[in-house]
Write a protein that binds this ligand. Structure first.
Ligand code: ATP
Ligand code: MG
Length: 453
């Protein structure tokens, strides 16, 4: 008989219990396939064949994905469209089941999924609050106590008693968020939810997320905004095609992701179009900088990636700038100044200003960055673009007046520099209020006089 070795068993239990305590969510070789039917009626037709004929093909959204989320961390999931982020969250929320593998979740989950999923459109907001909270395991008394908080946080006024189908997506999201943060979840899932709603609401939500983070809640946050991920994340999982490309500390993974996104032609691009390069500089009026980087080209492109000859209102254009690092750049930034036909500085933007920092570059590395701009109705003069590259605050290269384009004439006249979209209404409310307060003041005044007299 083998001699008794107490150490081995103790070790086993310690390992087992710390795992259970430390991890809020575990994915163990999780795959998820969807059935894709070519025609809308194929699903029914297939049922009619009782499995003798298959009319679908399988699409694998997640492939043998393993990762774990520690209790109390803010875990972000990033990746391009269709990479499997929402699918992962829906598996954690229990809305979907994995095709194979295992998803383990320990703790009460509140989920903020795309477009306030989880509400019944026929029921009122109030009824949905009660339903939702009950599903999350709250008793009627607990919900009664929290209801005023939820109502206040949602700020949707009388709509709370209207059916949810009458809500805008922003209103549905407000209500979903109000429920999610007020039911004491242990795990909060947020899927791009904050993109909906106005800036004030977004601020309030982010503050709440920070509060929940400080209280030690586990938060799983899906976002396309690297600025948000950097602001709140502890660790990041980067998915591509349902597989992990990287997992780890925020800075390292975000940097890898950003540098992959700024590669001129993406390796996983399903339909690589001929990419107009930015390898020439049409004009140089003046050039200065430390020389730590060199601008190699600038191009203006239309929606179809062709050279742009005329800007039209409401179109989207791309300003493409290519540069090479002459030495290692720790904090590279690229951007441009836009001048109008009078040579006046009209607008300026760049990667630092847009909150899209670039990954550091090694000497000799070359990258291309695209800026997409929505063109408003501008005064129909010509515009000139002057690109720059910086390393932190050091100007490495600046080219004055590198490329110009003409703004097309719009239907109406443009006074000043830009036709600013605006709606005009007569303010009857303020007028009647003024009238009331004037009367009130007059009464006070009369009263005072009466007393004095
Ligand atoms: N119900 C479904 N039926 C079939 N395919 C689906 C279904 N839901 C998702 N998919 C596919 O699975 C893949 C992953 O989708 P998912 O929604 O998880 O991506 P995502 O990373 O959240 O993308 P996005 O950034 O656009 O929100 C996509 O290719 C998508 O087309
Ligand atoms: Mg998604």
């Amino acid at each position: 008989m083998a001699p008794f070795r107490p150490g081995a068993e103790v070790e086993y239990y310690v390992e087992y219990y710390t795992d259970v305590l430390v991890n809020a969510v575990e994915f163990d070789r999780v795959s998820k396939s969807y059935c894709i039917y070519e025609a809308p009626g194929d699903r029914l037709r297939e049922l009619a064949f009782f499995g003798r004929r298959s009319l679908h093909r399988e699409f694998q959204a997640l492939r043998e994905l393993s990762f774990s989320v520690r209790r109390g961390e803010v875990f972000c999931i990033i990746g391009e469209n269709g990479s499997g982020k929402s699918t992962s969250l829906q598996l954690i929320a229990g809305i979907l089941q994995p095709t194979s593998g295992e998803v383990r979740v320990s703790g009460r989950v509140a989920a903020l999924l795309e477009l306030g999923a989880g509400f019944n459109p026929e029921f009122s907001g109030r009824e949905n609050v009660y339903l939702n909270a009950a599903i999350l395991g709250l008793t009627k008394r607990e919900i009664d106590r929290r209801y005023p908080l939820i109502q206040e946080f949602a700020e949707i006024g009388n709509f709370i008693d209207q059916p949810v189908k009458t809500y805008s997506s922003g209103m549905a999201m407000r209500l979903a968020f109000a429920v999610a943060v007020n039911v004491d979840p242990e795990i909060l899932l947020v899927d791009e939810a904050l993109a909906v709603g106005d800036a004030y609401f977004r601020h309030r939500c982010m503050r709440k997320v920070q509060e929940m983070r400080a209280r030690g809640l586990t938060i799983i946050f899906v976002s396309h905004s690297m600025a948000d991920v950097k602001a709140i994340g502890d660790r990041v999982l980067w998915l591509r095609g349902g597989e992990p490309l990287a997992i780890g500390a925020v800075d390292a993974v975000v940097q890898k992701y950003l540098s992959a996104m700024t590669e001129p032609v993406h390796e996983s691009n399903p339909d690589p179009k001929p990419v107009a390069s930015a390898e020439s500089i049409p004009n140089i009026d003046r050039r200065h900088g430390s020389g730590a980087a060199e601008i190699l080209g600038i191009a203006l492109l239309n929606e179809f990636g062709e050279d742009l000859h005329l800007m039209t209102p409401d179109s989207t254009i791309t300003v493409r700038i290519t540069f090479r690092a002459a030495r290692a750049l720790d904090e590279p930034g690229v951007g441009f100044m836009l001048r109008n036909h009078l040579g006046l500085d009209f607008a300026e933007t760049g990667t630092p200003a847009e909150g899209q920092p670039l990954a550091s570059l090694k000497a000799g590395e070359k990258i291309t960055v695209d800026f997409r701009l929505e063109i408003p109705e501008l005064y129909p003069g010509s515009f000139s673009f002057s690109p720059w590259v910086k390393d932190a605050f050091e100007i490495c290269d600046f080219i004055d007046n590198a490329i110009t384009v003409q703004m097309a004439r719009s239907e109406g006249p443009v006074y000043g520099y830009v036709q600013w979209p605006c709606r005009i209404e007569l303010n009857t409310l303020l007028h009647s209020q003024l009238h009331d307060s004037e009367l009130h003041n007059a009464e006070l005044h009369n009263g005072k006089e009466a007393r004095v007299g």
